[in-house]
Design a protein. Sequence first.
Length: 384
Amino acid sequence: MADDWRNGGFGLYVHWPFCEAKCPYCDFNSHVSKNINQKQWLKSYLSELQRSAAETPDRVLNTIFFGGGTPSLMAPETVAAIIEESRSLWHPANDMEITLEANPGSVEAGRFTAYRDAGVNRISMGVQALNDEDLRRLGRIHTVVEARAAFDIARNCFDRVSFDLIYARQHQTLDAWRAELTEALSMAVDHLSLYQLTIEEGTAFGDRYAVGKLRGLPEDDSAADMYLATQEICEAHGLPAYEVSNHARPGAESLHNQIYWRYGDYVGIGPGAHGRVTLDGQKLATETYLSPAAWLEAVSKGTGEKERTPLPTQDQANEYLMMGLRITEGLDIDRFNTLSSEPLSESKLTDLQEIGMVDRLNGRLIATKDGRAVLNAVIRELLG
């Protein structure tokens, strides 16, 4: 139990909370600020790294992920110092993956070369759409031409490049999505994150939707058809789904995200970052202050954490189930049963298996393609 996290590995998530503009669909903790004191932010990040490492000594660090916000707005010197400090505080894995998220509007060759020299070895680009009209609707500040140029720059600097696209957008047809996805797959990409547009409360899109002003969203059946087409097209191009929304050529999967899905441990630092860290045999959920100013102030007093909550083993089992069923490798049934106060219901498993929602193979529970398409319903049934 104390070492359960080792089944998933150990990673570091660094949240950079700033963007050049706030996208109307985004519910991430991101802020627009004209003046950012990079030295102050670096000092605070290093302080948090040192505090976290003191609690998790002697661990092998498998991954670092710079997320946001727009981490490609970070000074390369800031990124380099964080990577160097992390390598000194933990034991870096021989194949450590270091990912940095980037928006095409903030990409230029010199900066990307500096990130590579700092130790970043994987880039995740927020392209989101491959036509200018939809980019404008999504509030993006780059054009398709800029996105393609940024992708070419990234490809020249890094062996591993992923990019994101959003589908089920306003006025989007199934045929248009098929054409756009096929175009994306022609760009020598080896990893794609493909997300259905969701309307979140507290966003500009959420406000418009609430008063009936967000028009042209596809019906549920159309969005489901787009999801199924996504699986079919990516598989035909050699990028099968390895998770509900993520597709990769074999060997190009995101190691950092696999830590989440395999329910490992990860330290989360920066405003609004979450973590899961096992200390003295107890898995803790950690949460930091959302406001950049509040987080900086808290770090200056000793910790950027707002709270940490011990997770009962049943909660851990449930989280493992919810994360593990997202990936095509599924979850280890014995591991779930060790965490859980009671084993998975045999009758529910049999029922779900008979209707083609799950499979059991070599001691693992796996959601089928049909099951992943309605995964929330499958999870509700298993946990109900």
